[in-house]
Design a protein around this ligand. Structure first.
Ligand code: TMP
Ligand code: ASP
Length: 237
């Protein structure tokens, strides 16, 4: 397969068809824009499976995603998209950089979800921007942003509902969108404990990449527990 691109957590290859790519999920883990590096054993397998289940659930609810087919336990066949260079973050509860930036204690409830957009540019640490930047810099049009926000809020509702049934609180998450060959904006990349903050609803325990970022231990165990709960819930919907 012809290699196209390597990111921090995935490798992308050309598919047989020019409108398709093959995405391989690695075990590599990074945080703070590559300052902290490590491996989370079997993360690629766990995250690709969680993404597959969540994307299947979202598709059933009418959300378009790039996932076409599962090739093997670490590899997905996906629509080739041109990624809109925005990291779209949703916060339901204050945590992480949101808490730090605004001086609001982690775990503080919010009156309504906050959507943030960050310009995807590693050299600049993916800076937080607003709609005016995105439009003026030509990263997205007003119409693109309206659609992205509409889809994002729907995805948030659906994921919150799903994770609640897994006894997990969806604190916040990051998603990315791309444009396919038909010009449709579809959900791309992954949804996993790498890209979501998930807290156990009974104990408050962190079950996501913060265990790696903050050296909390039991990283693999937390990812596996999320996979088990998501698999169980996925089987029922
Ligand atoms: P933050 O609080 O560090 O801004 O993160 C918000 C959410 O976005 C959190 O669920 C983790 C996720 N995230 C990513 O998926 N990739 C990233 O590069 C960053 C910074 C955050
Ligand atoms: N994904 C980012 C990195 O690789 C940041 C993070 O997830 O904390 O550094």
């Amino acid at each position: 397969m012809e290699f196209l691109y390597e990111g921090k957590a995935k490798r992308v290859f050309k598919g047989e068809n020019e409108n398709e790519v093959v995405i391989f999920y690695k075990d590599d883990a990074t945080a703070f824009n590559n300052l902290k590096k490590g491996t989370i054993e079997n993360k690629g397998i766990v995250n690709s499976k969680i993404t597959e289940i969540l994307y299947g659930y979202l598709e059933k609810a009418g959300i378009k995603t790039h996932l076409l087919k599962v090739i093997d336990e670490r590899t997905h066949l996906c629509q080739r998209v041109s990624i809109i260079p925005l990291e779209v973050i949703v916060r339901n509860i204050m945590a992480g950089s949101g808490s730090k930036r605004l001086g609001i204690e982690e775990g503080s409830p919010l009156n309504s979800p906050i959507i943030e957009i960050c310009y995807k540019k590693d050299e600049l640490n993916d800076p937080l921007i607003n709609d005016y930047h995105a439009i003026s810099l030509g990263l997205a049009t007003r119409e693109d942003l309206d659609e992205i926000y509409r889809e994002t809020l729907k995805i948030n509702e659906l994921l919150q509902e799903f994770f609640k049934k897994c006894n997990l609180t969806l604190v916040d998450f990051k998603i990315e969108f791309g444009k396919n060959s038909k010009g449709e904006i579809i959900l791309a990349d992954e949804i996993s404990p790498d890209t979501c903050r998930l807290w156990d609803m009974s104990t408050g325990q962190k079950m996501d990449k913060d265990r790696f970022r903050r050296d909390l231990g039991n990283v693999e165990e937390a990812y596996l527990a999320v996979l088990q709960r998501v698999t169980k819930e996925g089987d029922q919907c």
